[in-house]
Ligand binder design. Structure first.
Ligand SMILES: Nc1nc2c(ncn2[C@H]2C[C@H](O)[C@@H](COP(=O)(O)OP(=O)(O)OP(=O)(O)O)O2)c(=O)[nH]1
Ligand SMILES: Nc1ncnc2c1ncn2[C@@H]1O[C@H](COP(=O)(O)OP(=O)(O)O)[C@@H](O)[C@H]1O
Length: 432
């Protein structure tokens, strides 16, 4: 049975499909972020006979019509926002007969080479799917591909590409071949300066590029301009308290402030609170740059206050990096970058605290405290609760960050017991 897929022939002939940029990439189609993706590549040669009916073929191409669509523009802000908009559109508009998978196109071993998109399987060969995707391609900077299989099982990708009407003539057959599983999950190529920032300049540059599409960026940048880029810590100790929501950070930091007669700060700082929800709604590139700048602005406050008294901080760079890495990295817990990876490296230009305490609580105790507190969960916390794997990734990422590493404290005991244990720790680490 040959699976007739949509060549969108009339559009294919009209659109200019210069696909050299794609043919050197590997594609990873992810059914579920908890499992390994299916990897495939493009080739000018027909695949070997045994490849034709491979697992790849079964999983991806024998579930009805198959399409892939990527947001393609050199502008990284526009690409990040187009991808996020595309996801919303596909989730809301695709017929129920469609299965939507995340699709990553990447060059193995090349950081920031990753282009995110979607792979669509339409079990019912629904004409509505084709029309909806055609409309998307016409209106946005998307690269739309279809997949054609011949009787002998040979499978190839034909691309329909529209950059708002740009003509495409190349209808070369790019054969689908099975690609080997890379050494690490491809999402690791998308961390450095894409979701985790290691310098003030890199985070600042992202928001500069957002000034047109997100006017609030200008006000955040103005606040960032006022902070000294390399804030130097004062003579008093700086203690950061980290942990998932409801591990007891707020309770503990307030007690520490009273007992140590110190300053209590948090990141992002209060001056950014009014824009937090606005940037939480943006894709990771923009959101994480916002939080990164929040850490640099907080560092300025920490430097100032630590000249006068001990400083206690409720969340800082560990939260920013741990949540970003855990959100970005797909696959099982083992997919996280290894403990020695540079992604866990503290930014060289960010004020370093004297002590970072990571509060951990058994999941059921944390859930009890969340319920008792009754506070509206953030989207990220809702995700944490629904997705045990995500919670494990956040906690493991916290533990892997170095210089300074977290000192892990079991915060399940009573408030008083946790407080006295942390005070002992501070005495030992900070001579307070
Ligand atoms: N503070 C902070 N939170 C982040 C960052 N990245 C992701 N998040 C997530 C962690 C939480 O799920 C959510 C809110 O964290 P916050 O501690 O700032 O707010 P809230 O006081 O409501 O949470 P809490 O219960 O005190 O942990 O944002 C970051 O860079 N800094
Ligand atoms: N050691 C503890 N034992 C029991 N309940 C606690 C403890 N620490 C905090 N709580 C309660 O758990 C809830 C969450 O604490 P909170 O300090 O707001 O955590 P976080 O700031 O980490 O979200 C609050 O209702 C708080 O009173």
């Amino acid at each position: 049975m040959s699976i007739r897929l949509n060549c969108l022939s009339n559009m294919a002939r009209r659109l200019n499909c210069n696909f050299s940029q794609w043919s050197s990439r590997v594609f990873a189609a992810e059914f579920d972020s908890r499992c390994d993706p299916v990897y495939f590549a493009l080739s000018a040669q027909t695949p070997a006979a045994d490849e034709k009916q491979s697992l790849l073929f079964q999983k991806l191409f024998s579930q009805g019509k198959a399409y892939s669509i990527h947001a393609i523009t050199d502008d990284r802000i526009q690409r990040a926002r187009s991808y996020s908009d595309l996801q919303d559109k596909l989730v809301s508009a695709l017929p129920k007969s469609c299965n939507l998978l995340q699709l990553i196109a990447f060059h193995p071993n090349v950081n920031n080479s990753l282009v995110k998109g979607f792979f669509i399987q339409d079990a019912l060969n629904n004409a509505e799917t084709e029309n909806m995707l055609k409309d998307l391609v016409k209106s946005e900077e998307f690269h739309l591909c279809t997949y054609v299989s011949s009787e002998d099982g040979t499978l190839w990708q034909q691309c329909v590409w529209s950059q708002r009407g740009k003509e495409c003539t190349d209808v070369t057959k790019h054969y689908i071949t099975v690609a080997a599983k890379p050494e690490y999950h491809p999402s690791l190529l998308n961390i450095i300066n894409t979701v985790v920032f290691y310098s003030f300049e890199d985070a600042y540059r992202v928001l500069q590029e957002c000034k047109e599409c997100i006017p609030e960026s200008k006000e955040v940048l103005e606040l960032a301009d006022q902070c000294l880029k390399n804030s130097t810590k004062g003579r008093f100790p700086v203690i950061v308290i980290e942990g998932l929501d409801a591990t007891g950070k707020t309770t503990l930091t307030q007690s520490l402030q009273e007992i140590l007669r110190g300053a209590l700060l948090r990141s992002p700082p209060g001056c950014l609170s009014q824009w937090r929800a606005r940037f939480d709604a943006e894709p990771p590139l923009i959101r994480r740059a916002f939080y990164a700048l929040g850490n640099y602005i907080s560092a300025c406050d920490i430097a100032r206050e630590s000249a006068k008294s001990p400083v206690i901080v409720d969340r800082y760079w560990h939260s920013t990096a741990a949540y970003a890495i855990a959100t970005e990295v797909g696959g099982a817990l083992e997919s996280l970058p290894s403990s020695h990876s540079e992604v866990y490296r503290w930014p060289r230009d960010l004020l370093t605290p004297d002590l970072v305490v990571l509060l951990t609580v058994r999941p059921e105790e944390r859930a009890r405290r969340l319920r008792a507190r009754g506070v509206e969960k953030t989207r990220e916390e809702a995700e944490l609760e629904a997705n045990n794997l995500f919670r494990q990734k956040v906690e493991e990422a916290y533990r892997r960050i170095q210089d300074p590493a977290c000192v892990v404290i079991d915060a399940s005991p009573s408030k008083e017991e946790v407080l006295s244990e942390v005070l002992l720790l501070i005495q030992k680490h900070c001579n307070l």
